[in-house]
Design a protein around this ligand. Structure first.
Ligand code: F6R
Length: 596
């Protein structure tokens, strides 16, 4: 995630841009920059670090009578955070800021910009537009974006067109807002809410042309597009949550976009980041160390890596790892997973691995965090800042990244067909998650059935038992209902004695081979009066042995649990909501656990 902003009007543009970037900083904060028209030429000010560092640089730049500009706060995807990689980027007559990922930037770079200054896909985007530009901005932009694969929201200025800003998007968010003799661009509404509440939502293929007088939208052949002006009716706090009642819900709804970012970033290319010299072949064992939900993501990762890459994976609870005297060999790889990158136990596990001279790889969401500095190599989940204590989007990105890593590690061990199947599965995921979000109303209704339960059991087999652990944690940590998760076959080895009339059981069934076995387990609990909900494919007729079915589309079995996860996050959210719990800050918990 990155934040973008633009302004044209009568007021001092740099102040409005910096103010907007501060409000967008939750979307990314490793570097920031602005570009403004200053006496008919474009001046760029940018820096590594937070928007406060940019504000200092701007103050020193002595900009006067500047009324048009664009700005950006970055959550790096290509190239490390640095002054040079910070946006805006300029090539020839074009200066732009970008949110998203241009997937085919390497091949475009070879053709249009073989010697870039930065390591970003954004500079290549600027070069492509510049190459297409011969005085007609509209056709240049459309010609260029037709070549872009991936996701983007672009705000573009041309050196020879002062006081005009162009903006276009595909997948990444962007709004165009209008005030009295001024127009704005922003990644989302909170950034401009103190100036105006009136905005447009540009769709894919609609180019916005902003001047002080207003905005017009045109299509690929220059035809005018009429758009509906919307009005935001949020207060400050609602605006920070983008209109959602809680950060948790907002973050659940961000999942299609952040999963798309993560997939676009790593689908074809694990090589650019800090991992250039990373050898994906592991001759020994892989040890995954993590806590809580990140540990649950690790269990899913084990499944994917062992299935696809056939490398043995041991998943350790990080707080146990160093006291277990783990058996580590120099050919092993330790993967530490952490959203915050600050979890004390996970850091201690990595230190131990390093003492044993074992390679370490961090899977981290927060850039510059302790884990990203400590691990030999880092892969970033591109979930963007997560505020709610209960993780949702970071967990989903961790699982997805581990599955992408499994494909990379498998390399030529996969047949072309297996590889293609996985790619098709990844490409379908964002839309499938989007569709899963329409489960809200059903989740609300189901929550009424669960809210008075004292205990809820989750179960599944294979990957589904790993997801059961996460779904159970999500529910209990925010709703305070006691919950446990079991591998379905384990229930009859003890826990079934707890099943009595109306005990709720939620069974996750995305593994078709094991489905008949799980069905038998459910029948055993049904015979004892359990109230059974099955999360399974829409083509599975589970009604003979269940009370409810939460359906997911018929899809790839490796990625299916991610869709089940989204629906169970929503269920947990609405159960907690119906009980009046403090969803974003559950009792006794903290977002980052920096003590052992
Ligand atoms: C649960 C949750 C926690 C974290 C755990 C590890 O919703 O968020 O279980 O997953 O505390 O935190 P990180 O990923 O920051 O190391």
């Amino acid at each position: 995630m990155c934040g973008i902003i633009g302004y044209i009007g009568e007021r001092q543009a740099p102040d409005i841009l910096i103010d907007g970037l501060q409000k967008l900083e939750y979307r990314g904060y490793d570097s920031a920059g602005i570009a403004v028209f200053d006496h008919n030429s474009i001046k760029v000010i940018k820096t590594e670090g937070k928007v406060s560092a940019l504000a200092k640089k701007k103050a020193a730049a002595d900009l006067q009578e500047v009324h048009c500009g664009i700005g950006h706060t970055r959550w790096a995807t290509h190239g490390e955070p640095s002054d040079i990689n910070a946006h805006p980027h300029s090539v020839g007559r074009v200066t732009l800021v970008h949110n998203g990922i241009i997937e085919n930037y390497a091949e475009l770079g070879e053709r249009y910009h073989p010697s870039p200054l930065s390591r970003t896909d954004t500079e290549i985007a600027a070069a492509v537009i510049n190459a297409c530009y011969h005085g007609d901005a509209v056709s240049a932009i459309f010609e260029a974006v037709n070549m872009f694969h991936g996701a983007y929201a672009l705000c573009i200025m041309f050196e020879d067109q002062p006081d005009t800003v162009y903006a276009i998007r595909k997948s990444s968010p962007l709004i165009v807002a209008v005030g009295e003799n001024e127009t704005f661009l922003a990644s989302d509404i909170p950034a401009i809410l103190s100036h105006t509440k009136d905005y447009y939502l540009p769709e894919k293929g609609e180019l916005a042309i902003l001047t002080k007088q207003g905005v017009r939208f045109v299509g690929a052949t220059g035809e005018s597009i009429e758009k509906e002006l919307k009005t935001a009716d949020w207060d400050e706090s609602a605006a920070r949550k983008n209109g959602y009642d809680h950060y948790m819900l907002k973050e659940i709804f961000e999942q299609p976009a952040v999963i798309e970012q993560t997939i676009l970033r790593y689908k074809n290319d694990f090589t650019i980041f800090e991992n250039e010299d990373f050898d994906f072949e592991v001759k020994g064992n892989i040890h995954i160390v993590a806590c809580g939900s990140a540990y649950h993501a690790g269990l899913m990762g084990k499944y994917a890596i062992e299935k696809l890459a056939r490398v043995p994976v041991l998943v350790h609870i990080a707080s146990e790892f160093r006291y277990d005297n783990p058996i580590l060999h120099k050919d092993d790889l330790v993967i530490a997973i952490s959203q915050s990158g600050e979890t004390a136990d996970t850091l201690a596990a990595v230190r131990l691995a390093k003492e044993h001279n074992v390679r370490t790889l961090g899977i981290v969401n927060v850039r510059g965090s302790s884990l990203s500095r400590l691990a030999d190599h880092t892969l970033y989940t591109l979930a963007g800042p997560e505020i709610a204590v209960a993780t949702t989007k970071a967990y989903l990105c961790q699982v997805c990244l581990l599955q992408l890593l499994a494909v990379r590690m498998a390399g030529k061990g996969l047949t072309m067909q297996e590889y293609k199947d996985m790619m098709v599965a990844f490409e379908a995921l964002p839309a499938q998650i989007e569709q899963a979000l329409s489960f809200c109303d059903d989740a609300k209704a189901l929550a009424e059935k669960f809210k008075n339960a004292e205990h809820i059991f989750f179960m599944g087999r294979g990957q589904d038992s790993c997801l059961a652990m996460e779904a159970s944690l999500k529910l209990k940590e925010i709703s305070y209902i006691h919950s446990e998760a079991y591998a379905a076959g384990e229930l009859k080895h003890g826990t079934i004695s707890l099943i009595t009339e109306n005990t709720p059981i939620i069974s996750i069934m995305t593994d078709r081979n094991r489905l008949p076995k799980t069905a038998s387990n459910l029948k055993e609990t049904g015979a004892r009066g359990a109230l059974i909900t099955a999360v399974t494919y829409s083509d599975v007729r589970a009604d003979a042995y269940t009370d409810e079915q939460i359906s997911i589309p018929v899809m790839n079995e490796m990625t299916a649990p991610l869709i089940a996860a989204v629906k169970l996050q929503l269920l947990a959210y609405y159960v907690a909501l119906s009980k009046g719990c403090d969803i974003d800050q559950p009792r006794n918990l903290a977002k980052s656990v920096t003590v052992e």
